[in-house]
Design a protein around this ligand. Structure first.
Ligand code: NAP
Length: 274
């Protein structure tokens, strides 16, 4: 499995997402993904599926140490009182003694706590050995700069942000590149929307592959980690096949040009986007 290296960590470049998947759906998706060959699983406290993900990992013949597991701390836990205990609860649900990557899900603490406070807790969790790597998610360019000022360079493994052909998020990606922070592109298909795009379909035709493979290969061509999700074995397998698809620079550029700022994930507590 190819990986993307950042200074503090090595992250498998293709993972499987679990947003919206509950109970058996999450269990089955992770079970199928591990069977197909995925070794990177993305969950979060707010997805309410850590227990199902944990059961799938436990029941899989794949050794735990071969699997890269990410979870994310939710907005109401971004304080000195609740942060560590929330991670301990995640680990209990996941039936793990550590996660490979722990992220601040949104830079939006429910009670306005400072970034200094919650990043301090994030670092503490790493020092306790509960997370091998730490990172951020949905941080703007300015917030990423601030996080680097607080934690220092070489500490933040990734910024997980929305990246797909309709939202290429260039400014944040450039800021991350400046500090050697790997970008994890979430919602690579814009939840299915970009798979119907004529340009992407014509590129897919040229390589005799599916639109989904083209999109995953485009993310990988940019050096991103990406985490598409699916409830279906066939789609999980198709997405995995993209690891062996190399797009010409010209096709990568054609897909870049589809950017239209069409953001999918923008809850009312989102930051002022770049
Ligand atoms: N950090 C954050 O704030 C944040 C926010 C959003 C998402 N995420 C992470 O990113 C992951 C991915 O995002 P997402 O799940 O929202 O959206 P996505 O991966 O862009 O799209 C998922 C949708 O695409 C369909 N699909 C998957 N593979 C397909 C294929 N080969 N052909 C056709 N359709 C396909 C799935 O349907 P089927 O089930 O029918 O295959 C599903 O409806 C999430 O699961 C989560 O882990 C993180």
């Amino acid at each position: 499995m190819p990986t993307v290296e950042s200074s503090p960590s090595v992250i498998p470049s293709l993972g499987v997402g679990t947003f919206r998947l509950k109970d058996d759906e999450a269990y089955n998706s992770v079970t199928m993904a591990l069977d197909i060959g995925y070794r990177h699983i993305d969950t979060a406290q707010i997805y309410k599926n850590e227990a199902a993900v944990g059961r799938a990992i436990k029941d899989s013949p794949v050794p735990r140490e071969d699997i890269f597991v990410t979870t994310k701390v939710w907005n109401d836990k971004l304080n000195r009182t609740h942060f560590v205990e929330s991670v301990e609860e995640s680990l209990r649900k996941l039936q793990l003694s550590y996660v490979d990557l722990l992220l601040i899900h949104w830079p939006s603490p429910e009670h306005g706590e400072s970034m200094q406070e919650y990043l301090g807790e994030l670092l503490r969790v790493k020092e306790m050995g509960l997370a091998k790597n730490i990172g951020i998610s949905n941080f703007t360019a300015a917030q990423t700069e601030e996080a680097v000022r607080i934690l220092g360079e070489g500490v933040i493994a990734t910024n997980q942000i929305e990246v797909h052909p309709y939202l290429i998020n260039e400014k944040v990606r450039e800021t991350c590149a400046k500090y050697g922070i790997v970008v994890t592109g979430y919602m690579p298909f814009a939840v299915g929307k970009v798979l119907k795009d004529d340009t992407i379909l014509s590129i897919a035709k040229k390589y005799n592959v599916t639109a989904a493979e083209v999109v995953v290969a485009w993310e990988l061509a940019h050096g991103l980690v990406t985490i598409p999700s699916s409830t279906k074995r066939e789609n999980l397998a198709t997405n995995f096949k993209a690891l062996s698809l190399k797009l010409d620079a010209e096709d990568v550029a054609k897909i870049d040009a589809l950017d239209c700022g069409d953001r999918q994930a923008t809850p009312d507590f989102a930051p002022d986007w770049d």
